[in-house]
Write a protein that binds this ligand. Sequence first.
Ligand code: ATP
Ligand code: MG
Ligand code: MG
Length: 349
Amino acid sequence: GGVIGILGGGQLGRMLSVAASRLGLRCHIYDPSPNPPAGQVADIVTTAAWDDAAALRAFAESVDVITYEFENIPTAALDILEALRPVRPGRQALAVSQDRLTEKDFLRDLGLVTAPYRDVPDEAALQAALSEIGAPAILKTRRLGYDGKGQARIMAPEQGAEAFADMAGQDAILEGFVEFSCEISVIAARGVSGEVACYDPGENIHEDGILRRTTLPASVTPMQQMDAVLLAGKILNALEYVGVMGVELFVTKRGLVVNEIAPRVHNSGHWTQAGCAVDQFEQHIRAVAGWPLGNGARHADVVMENLIGADMARVPELAREADVQLHLYGKGEARAGRKMGHVNRIMRG
Ligand code: ATP
Ligand code: MG
Ligand code: MG
């Protein structure tokens, strides 16, 4: 066999498809949206709905292994797929990362440090949580949030009611605000036979809740770098994980605090395309296809910058720059806040 099924056809699915194709594998994308960016490069695309049981079955039967580029795959669809083909990374990783409360509990039970957090099923619970955790704090929907969406900052307890109303009835958790010196992320991979390979941590800058830039090397000490890599390995092993994961961390005076994990290739890992012999996309395909992992050692300093919305106007100029690796996702309209592409700038001397 040699067909990888990918759930989700955004830019991550597209770059996974390119990596698979380089390894002589074929890709079959499942994405209900009309023109998924991955559809332009994959071999086959299914655009049926997530509740189309027959389409899901046919998809599973057409592939050898199933992976995904986003973590919010409906549970019922997974049940159908999983009965027919291996889904990698497995169910536990999805269950843990689909819900911020489950995720935080899992990390805490592993002995890792997270922001203080409380489940807030109602407004009374929010007020109680605010008095325990204190302000500032962040109210986050438990499910489906990304790029800072579904979050409200609470600077004083009086703002609790309004923040709770903003959640519009969605389940939420309250997190204490972490005083961090910087944000880093570790991209880590685990193979079918249990070997683990981690990339160097990158330093992330967000603007308007969206990742703007990732810089390698990060401004962390060798000790912090070691902690970051070890804790990522601990997470992967605990989940018997197969594939690439992104682990987002806050660097604080008292050590590393885990923000969240993503059971997939990660935007903050795009730098590996220019900095490593085997990038995160190839690494993920290798892992899920049961191949040995590649070498994730970093051979260059890299700054990855996202091209978001109107940044697309800079493409002609970027295309003239030396040492700039340009990635465009083939998306149509450059709407504000939409990730359209990225550049990897190789830094010299
Ligand atoms: P992503 O697009 O990475 O999935 P997300 O919408 O899931 O993002 P988070 O990563 O939880 O959201 O938060 C977005 C950003 O908000 C973080 O990268 C960080 O800068 C800030 N942030 C989130 N939680 C906290 C916290 N508890 N303390 C301080 N800053 C925080
Ligand atoms: Mg997230
Ligand atoms: Mg995040």
